[in-house]
Design a protein around this ligand. Structure first.
Ligand code: HEC
Length: 104
């Protein structure tokens, strides 16, 4: 992402598209995002979890938790739906919990 922004800046400034009289300069801030390179381990219903849980945060958010019971995961998934408005279909909740409760 950073590279694209930097490349875009170079292109714009060298072509003068942005650099008109008293051009505003865009700053590129250094922001540390949580690691995104970690994937959830294979298992039944992995695709359902990937489809429902990876839109807002990385797998690290799930994998950094201790081993949790199905009931605790259910509370967590309910929180994602109610508090953070995760658009998770009712029919997906069971398969998601099966997957999460099987994580070691
Ligand atoms: C609509 C966005 C969204 C979706 C989709 C989403 N989450 Fe989250 N999740 C969040 C936010 C926001 C936080 C809080 C992040 C923070 O505190 O930095 C969070 C935090 C978490 C945490 C850390 C503990 C906590 O409660 O803060 C876990 C575990 C988690 N999510 C699991 C899941 C799982 C499992 C799914 C899929 C069923 C999911 N999330 C889907 C937004 C989402």
């Amino acid at each position: 992402m950073k590279h694209y922004l930097a490349a875009a800046l170079v292109i714009f400034t060298t072509t003068g598209v942005v650099n008109v009289a008293g051009a505003q300069r865009l700053k590129n801030m250094e922001i540390e995002f949580p690691p995104d390179s970690v994937s959830l381990p294979a298992g039944p219903n992995l695709s359902v979890v990937n489809r429902n849980c990876m839109a807002c945060h990385s797998a690290e958010m799930i994998l950094s938790q201790p081993v949790l019971t199905r009931a605790v995961w259910a509370t967590e998934v309910t929180k994602m739906r109610n508090v953070y408005k995760a658009p998770i279909a009712d029919a997906d909740v069971g398969p998601i919990l099966d997957y999460l409760a099987a994580l070691k």
